[in-house]
Write a protein that binds this ligand. Structure first.
Ligand code: SAH
Ligand code: SF4
Ligand code: F3S
Length: 457
């Protein structure tokens, strides 16, 4: 088999940063002759890009490795070789343990070493079972090759761009500071160069990513730059019509960032701002270093800057020591703030994190009951939020073909899924849509511009 026909299958778990990383791993393998495939059985190289955030997420790797092993055996029977790489946060956290539990793995590589994939693969070819979980000094993204324009656009008209990595906040429940390392910001020039390349390929929307994206800051000549300033610079790039950013920490919502929501039309009216709990005692035990009132004040300031902004959040129920009264405080905070969506999780004790050793671990049935109550409340708020869109005309960025022929699917400024009858529009267009109907996961309506043309004809 020639090099040009090698295929790589990359599967990502966890957060959007892993999705971005998976693309960059494919980019670094492309010059090595690897073409991406979505069919594991066709792959000469299988990369599992893993997540360690909760126990369930971490354990998924091992069940998936079982499936990969079966594929490897089948391919071997046909005379084909299959190599297996475990990347991402489980790789970082568990390192060599993965090789002990799954002997077929050729290479375990942490999130900071992707730019070394080609040389690590070459090493593993000679001696399988390599583990690289160092935190090297060089900036990995800036050492990776850029994808072609075609490949960039094939990934969709909305792209992720990681600007910040790692975390110094050490919330007591969280593995991220250990799996991703210390907070690091990419330089302004590298970010603008990448955003410019995305725009030149036809990308309409960029989502700036970071574990604590709003802790991003410039260096050198851009020493005084914060995320708010960076958003302005990205908005100045011709072709970038929409900008989003995620995930933010309440403590880093500074005035410049909040003002950007008022001043920048390209900045979409949506903010994902995890609060985790509405109880001051629990927030303190989580080491979030803000109170529920601080959170309320931040939300008020953001809403004053951009009254129509949609807010989403993350919640953990059943953190050690969480009482019924603490949980009631969380429910009350949700009622008071009003969210358009939220991710919520049962607390999962993670090895090596301070909270996993705390007294007062909450029994599973209590966690389950609280989670379903919280999810029912958020669900009601989400439905009300979507219902309030009916009758309004919103700009929709069309991202892909819809379920039915002629249909297109896209996103409203508030990140709602919207389906329209194409009516001559194409993927990548931003069209005004009058929302007339609600589905369970999507909004529907006709193009307002086409309707206006039909009326005036
Ligand atoms: N940096 C982001 C969140 C990163 S992790 C922030 O600070 O908000 C994504 C979400 O996973 C968290 O917001 C939290 O709600 C959840 N999470 C993290 N660790 C968890 C754990 N041990 N158990 C349950 N949920 C957890
Ligand atoms: Fe984890 Fe807290 Fe850092 Fe978010 S801020 S990544 S929850 S330690
Ligand atoms: Fe998971 Fe790592 Fe992201 S633990 S949530 S993939 S930073």
């Amino acid at each position: 088999m020639t090099d040009a026909t090698k295929k790589v299958y990359v599967k990502s778990y966890g957060c959007q940063m892993n999705v971005y990383d998976a693309q960059r791993m494919a980019d670094v393998l492309a010059p090595e002759g690897f073409v991406e495939t979505s069919d594991m059985a066709a792959a000469d190289l299988v990369v599992l890009n893993t997540c360690h955030i909760r126990e369930k997420a971490a354990e998924k790797v091992y069940s998936e490795l079982g499936r990969v092993r079966a594929v490897k055996r089948e391919r071997a029977a046909g005379g084909l070789d299959t190599r297996i790489v475990v990347a991402g946060c489980v790789a970082q956290a568990e390192g060599g343990e993965i090789l002990r539990r799954a002997r077929d793995v050729d290479l375990v590589v942490g999130p900071q070493s992707y730019h070394r994939l080609p040389s690590l693969l070459a090493e593993a070819q000679v001696k399988p079972g390599i583990v690289d979980t160092d935190f090297p000094a060089e900036a990995k993204f800036d050492a990776l090759p850029a994808p072609t324009r075609e490949k960039t656009l094939a990934r969709g008209v909305s792209a992720f761009l990681t600007v910040q990595e790692g975390c110094d906040k050490f919330c007591t429940f969280c593995v991220v500071p250990y799996t991703r390392g210390a907070e690091a910001s990419r330089p302004v020039a590298a970010i603008l160069e990448e955003a410019g390349r995305l725009a030149a390929a036809g990308i309409r929307e960029v989502t700036l990513l970071g574990q604590n994206v709003n802790a991003w800051h410039g260096a050198g000549e851009a020493e005084s730059w914060t995320l708010g300033r960076l958003l302005h610079a990205v908005a100045d790039i011709p072709g970038i019509e929409r900008i989003r950013y995620t995930t933010s920490h309440p403590r880093d919502m500074d005035g410049e960032l909040i003002a950007a929501h008022r001043d920048l039309p390209q900045l979409m009216p949506y903010l994902h701002l995890p609060v985790q709990s509405g109880s001051d005692a629990i927030l303190d035990a989580m080491n979030r270093r803000h109170t529920r009132d601080d959170y309320r004040r931040i939300v008020d300031a953001v809403r004053a800057a951009r009254p129509d902004i949609a807010l989403s959040s993350d919640f953990i129920v059943g953190f050690p020591g969480e009482t019924d009264a603490d949980f009631a405080d969380t429910m009350r905070l949700i009622e008071e703030v009003g969210f358009c969506a939220a991710f919520s999780f049962k607390y999962s004790p993670r090895p090596g994190t301070p909270a996993s050793d705390l007294a007062g671990q909450v029994p599973e049935p209590v966690k389950a009951e609280r989670l379903s109550a919280l999810q029912a409340l958020v669900d009601r708020q989400q439905k009300a939020f979507n219902a309030a869109t009916v009758g309004r005309t919103v700009d929709v960025l069309l991202e892909k073909p819809g379920r039915h022929p002629g249909q297109l699917a896209g996103k409203s400024p508030y990140l709602q899924a919207v389906h329209i009858d194409g009516d001559g529009a194409a993927v990548g267009d931003i069209v005004p849509v009058t929302i007339t109907a609600l589905g369970s996961n999507s909004l529907f309506g006709p193009r307002a511009d086409v309707a206006a043309r039909k009326e005036s004809a």
